[in-house]
Write a protein that binds this ligand. Structure first.
Ligand code: LHQ
Length: 261
């Protein structure tokens, strides 16, 4: 059974992490297939939004810990290799993809699994889902962008608590804290997440890509630099066909027919 399921329907590329018996923990094959799916999302014009979720009762338990031999006497493992070759490129790919990525967190999201969810653009979580910075429980620090996203999303005090204690944060608390966009009833999660992804797939794709670019840079920029960036990106947005269509539709009081161009 493939460890990633991919399907394209009405402009939405749905990607499902599919190792349910391992709580969708990452192994090298899953990384490789996810990379291919995100490359497809990047390259194909027919893909205008991505929906990422997990099969079974978990979203993702992070790195597959059963893959590592850490028994006494075993050779030391250089974890930087795994981050450099798999996790860091994955986070960059999600952030730099010029199309929106919706993450439907269907169950527990732990370790790198939690931070990969946070690297997506809009997170909807099932009410029964939870987020765990499990790293400290095994002597590690949050990776996959966790030390970047967490303090920016919830502030240093809460980020520190999550990282040091490694306790489960419920989906409802995650939404109250501003870690994620919203919570949905378990039975309605996929319907709600798909509806958002469909809205994106009918939207001004180039404009969305520019919104992503602006926010990605804003965390590191001064106000002056960000104002200059907004000017430059707005120039690009203003040259798109979708901008013309959006304004025309507004004036004509009709629904816009965006083409992603
Ligand atoms: C698992 C896992 C798992 C294998 C549950 N692997 N089997 C990047 C680069 C390089 C190196 C290191 O790390 C990283 C990034 C990382 O992600 S490090 C952090 C890795 N992840 C974790 O430490 C999370 C470990 N898992 C848990 O804390 C719990 O399982 C969670 C909170 C996810 C779920 O708890 P429960 O709902 O109580 O389920 P469970 O603990 O009973 O797990 C169910 C099964 O899944 C169990 O197997 P079994 O055969 O006993 O039924 C677990 O062993 C297996 N499983 N996570 N990461």
């Amino acid at each position: 059974m493939a460890s990633i399921l991919v399907s394209l329907e009405t402009g939405v590329l749905s990607i499902t992490l599919n190792r349910p018996d391992k709580l969708n923990a990452f192994n090298p094959e899953m990384h490789q297939l996810l990379r291919q799916a995100l490359e497809r999302a990047h390259d194909e014009d027919a893909v205008r939004a991505v929906l990422l979720t997990g099969a079974g009762r978990a979203f993702c338990a992070g790195q597959d810990l059963s893959e590592r031999n850490v028994s006494p006497g075993a050779a030391p493992i250089d974890l930087a290799i795994s981050l450099g070759s798999h996790y860091n490129p994955l986070v960059r790919r999600l952030r730099e993809l010029p199309k929106p990525v919706v993450c439907a967190v269907n169950g527990v999201a732990a370790g790198a699994g939690a931070n990969i969810a946070l690297a997506c653009d809009l997170v909807v979580a099932a009410r029964s889902a939870s987020f765990v910075q499990a790293f400290s429980k095994i002597g590690l620090l949050p990776d996959s962008g966790g030390t970047f996203f967490l303090p920016r999303l919830v502030g240093t005090a809460r980020a520190m608590g999550l990282a040091l204690l490694g306790e489960k944060l419920s989906a409802e608390e995650a939404a109250q804290w501003g870690l994620i966009w919203k919570v949905a009833d378990d039975a309605h999660l996929m319907k709600e997440a798909l509806s958002i992804a469909r809205t994106f797939s009918e939207g001004p794709t180039k404009g969305y890509g520019l919104i992503k670019k602006a926010f990605l840079t804003s965390a590191m920029n001064t106000l002056d630099a960000q104002l200059d960036l907004e000017r430059d990106l707005q120039r690009q947005a203003g040259f798109t066909e979708d901008y013309r269509e959006g304004v025309a539709a507004f004036k004509e009081k009709r629904k816009p027919g965006f083409k992603g161009k």
